[in-house]
Design a protein around this ligand. Structure first.
Ligand SMILES: [Zn+2]
Length: 204
């Protein structure tokens, strides 16, 4: 797969996994020339075609003709600019994950052992208008501190990684955590791992 085909492949998986409802969410990847390929404004990730992919640079300037880039283009370009290790970014309104962002609750409770090691705490960035520079700044502060995934208050989530597969799998894992969390609440409450269980100390 070339980079455009890769972008379409993961965009469709996001949509059909219910992590990018309707025309929400946007997805980007670096191409071979170190330019950013990003989904176009208003596109449905489930229907994404090559004509819906826009090329932009690290300042968010549009380089290709045709459709306009996603309104969150500066969020994407700023993360690539700030983090040399990042080659893919996904912004999603996944309802299960976004519920934490709406409640203003960081994802940090140690309820599943593998999750604790994989992500650490997922913070909530302060609310700002979608597509605004303020939103970019609020999220970027966490990416600069080394976080790879950030909840956006009353909005959604953004994840960055070495490739699209890493970003997708990360989101899917966080979604599974969120679903498990809600299920446990319905069944009587979330019982967290204790410090010994987290550290792997088997002594009682
Ligand atoms: Zn959004």
């Amino acid at each position: 797969m070339n980079k455009k085909e890769e972008l379409i492949y993961w965009a469709k998986r996001l949509y059909y996994r219910g992590m990018s409802p309707a025309t929400s969410g946007n997805i980007s990847v670096l191409d071979e020339d170190n330019k950013i390929l990003i989904s176009s404004s208003g596109s449905c990730l489930g229907d994404l075609a090559e004509t819906d992919i826009v090329t932009i640079d690290f300042e968010g300037n549009q380089l290709s003709k045709g459709k306009k880039p996603s309104g969150e283009k500066y969020l994407h370009s700023a993360i690539y600019e700030a983090r040399a290790d990042v080659e893919a970014v996904i912004h999603s309104h996944c309802p299960y994950i976004t519920a934490f962002a709406v409640a203003g609750v960081p994802i940090k409770d140690a309820i599943l052992p593998e999750f604790v090691y994989q992500f650490g705490e997922i913070p909530v960035a302060k609310y700002a208008t979608p597509s605004s520079f303020e939103l970019v700044d609020n999220c970027l502060a966490y990416f600069k501190k080394g976080h790879n995934i950030v909840l956006m208050k009353n909005h959604g989530v953004v994840i960055a990684g070495a490739d699209l597969r890493t970003c997708f799998m990360g989101l899917e894992s966080v979604r599974a955590y969120a679903e498990t969390y809600f299920g446990a609440m319905v069944l009587g409450g979330v019982q967290k791992l204790n410090a010994k269980q987290i550290s792997g100390n088997k002594q009682t």
